[in-house]
Every structure is written in C-alpha cells, then in structure tokens.
Design a protein around this ligand. Sequence first.
Ligand code: ACO
Length: 707
Amino acid sequence: MTKNLEQMKCLFEPQSVALIGASGNPGKISYNILSNIVASGYKGKVYPINPKGGEIFGYTVYTKLEDIPGPVDHAIIVVPAQMVFDSVKECAAKKVQVIQIITSGFSEVGNTEEEKQIVKYAREHDMRILGPNIFGTYSATAPINSTFGPADIMPGGVAILTQSGALGAAMIGKTKAENIGLSTIVSIGNKADIDEADLLEYLMYSDQTKVIFMYIEGVKQGDRLVKKLKEVTKVKPVIVVKSGRSKRGAMAAASHTGSLAGADGVFDAIMKQCGAIRAETVQESLNWCKFLSNTSLPKGPNTVIVTNGGGIGVLAADACEKYGVPLYDDLETLKGIFADKIPSYGTTKNPVDITGGANPAGYEKCLRAAFENPEVHSVICLGCETAMIDVENLPGMLEKIYHDYKDTKPMSFSFFGGDAIEKMVSDLRAKGIPIFNETYDCVSIMGALYKNLHNINEPAEDFSFVDSIKVDEVRINEIVNKVKADGRTFLLAHESAELMRAAGVSMPISKVAHTLEEAVDLATGMGFPVVMKVVSKDIIHKSDAGGVALNLENRDEVIDAWEAIMHNCRKYNPNAKITGIEVCEMVKSGTETIIGARQDSSFGPTIMFGLGGIYVEVMKDVSFAALPISKKAAMNLVESIKSYPLLLGVRGEAKKDINAVLETIIRVGKVLLCCDKITDIEVNPLVAYEEGNGAKAVDARILLTKD
Ligand code: ACO
C-alpha cells in the first residue's frame, strides 16, 4: 500500500479522531461536527480538544492534544484561522496522519502564504492536509460523518468530491431526497495539499464506491489528475461537473476558491481523453450517479426504444445520438420480436412504435419480448399519456418489469403527461426506478452507462509506437540553454528550425546569410524558388516589418528581396540589430495544419491540433489533449476537429498523410516533455501532403520560461 493510500485510509477509515476546537455550544460549527460523528455511529475513539476541558456528549474533553493517552491518526481543526498553524504543530508532535482544516480565511481570501507554510510544515512532518475551508467528510465504510452538514446520510455506492463546501453540504440533503446512497462525501476546499488525485487513489480501491462524482471549479496539478483518472475510469465511472465554463463563471470561481478555472475547451478535451464523463448540471450528474450505482452493465450495444408515440420516439433517437447511445438496427430481428405484438400500423423499426392504443398489457408483452431476446442489450421505454394508457395499472406493471429484469439488462423509462403521470413518475423514482418525465433525461443516463462500458472495454494505452520515436534530447537542451544564456525567452526562427530538426520534424532547408553574396550563393545552392526572412531578435513579427519575401524564382529576385527586406526592417525599427537574412527552401503547398504544445497552467504539458488558416483563426476548430500522448490518442486529437474530413480528402481530393501528421504531433509533444524550460511551441503551418508524401513544418515558434 502506498503512503498516500495509507493516509487516505486514515481520512476515511480513522481509528481515532481528535476534534480541535470542540465546543459545547450548539451554535458552533465544531459542536455540530461532534454531534454528527456521534450520530453516525462511529466506532473509533473520539477526542474533543478545548482548553476549557470538561465533557461533551459524554466524551472527556482534553485541554491539549498531547494529553490524549492513545495514538491519533485523524485530526479535525475547527479553531479560528490565526490559531490553525499552532494546532497543526501540535498534530505533528502527536504523529497525526491526516488533518481536516475546516477553518476559512486562507488562500480563498488572499492568505496564501500562511496556507503554503502550513502545508509545507505538514508535509515535512509526514502529515496530509484536507482543506482548508471545508465542511468535512463522510464515509460509509467507517462509518463516520465529520461534516457540519445534515446528520442523516443514506449509505450507498456514490462518492462525491466537491470543491464547493456549500454545494457539497446541500448535496447531502439532495442525495437523501433523491434516494441516492453515498459511500463518501468529501469537501476539498482550497485543496492546498490533498487533491482529487489523492482521493481517487483511495476511491478506486474502495469496494463501497461504485461511482465517483467530482464537482470541480479549478484544477491544480492537472497532470496528476490526468494520470489517476485514466486508471480509475478503467475500473469505475467518474462523473465530472466543472463550473467556470464561461468567462464570468471562471472569474467567480477564481474568487471563490482561489483557483484558476483554466480554458474550458482544454478541460473538456482532457476529461474525454481520461474517460471522465462530463455532465452539465449537478442534477444531471446525480441522475447518472444514481443509475450507474444501481444498474448492471449492458452486455453489448443493442439498445431498443419502445414507445407509444412517434414524437417522443424521434426525440429519444435524437437524444441517443447526442449522448452516444447505440441503437439496434437489425430490422429482421426487431420484426421477429415485435411484429406479432403490435398493431399492423405500428412500426417494428427502432424506435419501436407500439402505437397510441397501447395499454399496460400491450407494453408488458413488448417489453418482456425485448428483455427476453438475447440480441437486445438495453431498453428505453417511453410513454405519452393517452386515454388507453391506464395510469391505474401502468405503475405496477413497470415496477414488476423493472424488478424482473434489472439484474440482467439496463433499462430506463420516460413518461410524459398530466398529474397522474407526474405522480407515477415521482412515486416510482422514490422506489429507485430510473424514470423521468423528460425523454432526454432518460436517454442521458443510458449514455453515461455506455460511456462507462466503453472506458472499461477500451484496451490499455499502448505507447510502443511513441517509444519507438526518438528525439535528440541532448541537442534540444543544448539549443535551449544557449538561448537562455543569451538572456532570451524565445528562439529565433533558424534556432527553432534547428531544434525541430533535432526532434526529427521535417523542416525546409534553410541557412542564414550574412551578406548579399552569401544569400545568392545559398539560394542557387538549394534551388529556386526560395523564401527570405529577416533574422533579428528585435523583430519578432517579421511579416509586419516587411521582413519576409516569398517565392523568389531567380538570382535577381534574391538581390531585390535582400535590399527590400533590409530597407523595410531598418525603417520598421531603426535600432534593430539585424543578424542576417535566412534563405529557405520554398515549401510546396498542401493542406495547412497547426500543432501547438504548451505548459498549461492547470494541466501541465498539453498539445493542440487544428487545420491552419481560417479554420484555426475564425472557426477556432482545434482539439486538445494532455501529454504524453499515445498514437491512438493522437489520432483522436486529429479526428476530433470538425474539419477532419478535409484531411481524408473531399471532392475527389486525395487523402492526406495523416500518419506523418500523427508522427509530428508525437515529436512536438516529446520536445515539450524533454525540456522543462520550454513553455510554448507552435508549428504553423505544418503542410500535410498526399498520403505517403509526408508533412513539412514551414515555421516553428518556441517560447521559454521567464525565470
Ligand atoms: N485548541 C482547542 N480549542 C480551542 C483553542 C485551541 N487552541 N482555542 C480556542 N478553542 C476553542 C474555543 O474556546 C471555542 O470553544 P468554546 O465555544 O467552548 O469557547 C472553540 O475552540 C471554537 O473557537 P471559536 O473562537 O469559538 O471559533 P468559532 O467556533 O466561532 O469558529 C471556525 C471557528 C468555525 C473554524 C471559524 O473560524 C471558521 O473558519 N468558520 C468558517 C468555516 C467554514 O465555513 N468552512 C468552509 C465550509 S464550506 C461551506 O461553505 C459550507
């Protein structure tokens, strides 16, 4: 067992708990925490600490932590902020393993330095900190409820990790109201130390936990989260809601918990890459949690929709496409199952329309036939209220069907209508049956289930191709160190080109000419046409300065271009020190793509891909992934841009060399990973040629760390 896992066990399954700041005053937060610990039936030792001593809830109150006779593995600090550090020091002396700091007043209000000091001290003394600024933790395994939220928590299979305390506390009540059992609920607050990745390590092995739900506002150390999520989602579903999608929301999140919300596109893409299932709202995620913690996995992709109305059938089919629910399309089998059970004017095509005349007996016949057929793997049952639907007998039939088949095949229901239908839906939901009014809700839970199935069936990531691709790490670092020694945080174009060549990225032949004669010789040597670009550390935007000349066909054009570039650049910035003019091979035209790699403030090393020109500038048609990237993930990156068909070739055009693009993506990613002084790389454009003819990078921009 790793040290982290041991300490997370002390968080969720402590042998003994000390409550520092325990008060006998029912109006105090610490009183409520102690009251919840007692009410939850916690079997370990409980040690309230308060300088006044005495007794609370029959427990002896110790005046100091050091006076406790036995060991303490878990402490909860509920004293005002200015006293917290001293309490942490007392915990170190007592060899506490993990501390929850409930107290607010740290980085969320700008008191970042003290928070850092506390964590540094704790880590130096082998202790872990949850919080500060949290509402506490519940664990059904211990069991222990050390929150100051509601006392009444229903044990079950859903683990909730929440960065918002208030929302988390409210979710305790909400889950109870929705009949959702929790394995744990843990408030992460400022996540000064323990973060989602630490908690996921424990939850992955927790038998009690069937589904994990994370409410996130901002990601810190996202590279650890990515690694852990990839492991956990192969074993159990992780559902994520991230607020701060919009600019306004991101600003609000930053002031709420003091963490950066980061770009939503990057977050979204990386969650998909890791197999996390992203929900838009808390209600949607709770629907998914409830379903996924109670249902069996489908044995295959064949979902059948049974409906009494064409309209809701079409809505459901739309929703299946949106949420990725695979619909069964074997017309013969469907006919075989349903033809003799529905009127001739119904349809056996999926969605199967059993017609508006369907009564509970008609539904039952069709549903049983679907569940009994081995080709059908899951069922979505829909209904619109009609005079025939018989709301008296419908609920009993649905309940029976649910119990008869729930352990073998997943199913979800949606019924739409008046008061009687609304009542039926809420009564059946209270009994744990996955039924909704809204068609999309009933399909979305099935979508989450199929995403989970996909994650579980997905083979482990294969890095053999990536490992076989080598980049010259020594040369790359030499080039970067030389630029750093020169006091620059960016590479000049010829330096970037050299670095890219060291990474095995195909770049046009280029050399810097220091005199006109040299330029003419170089151009003649490499063959026309050529491109000429000014080389000056004082001129970053070469085109704006008139420092670039394209498509030079002969000696005379090279001479004219030399003079024009020198003239333009001296006029643009008279003080610019011009090293020379770079003479490059003119790259043949093809499909322009763009590859970016950068150290993201939330996720660390990430990579971006898109088509060049208007696709990136106007349409913002780009995709992201976390590094390192496998060949398959690189392919997902390329396939997930909307303009991907252009690479496959449209209107009779040939397919482009996608393999060469993938290899370049992998090489650029490797450059970022092998040199921690590089913050940004942009290869723009990378021109992709027809399949088999490779790809060539025309230009590369590389930025370095400022320190
Ligand atoms: N060791 C132990 N106990 C001590 C010490 C000490 N060194 N010093 C004082 N105490 C006692 C106090 O005497 C008091 O007990 P008493 O009631 O018997 O006098 C008790 O500890 C608590 O101290 P108070 O000064 O009364 O502090 P209070 O309980 O009012 O507030 C708290 C402390 C709750 C930590 C507060 O500072 C705070 O941060 N509140 C916000 C908590 C929060 O919202 N967290 C985020 C949750 S997420 C969400 O939004 C839901």
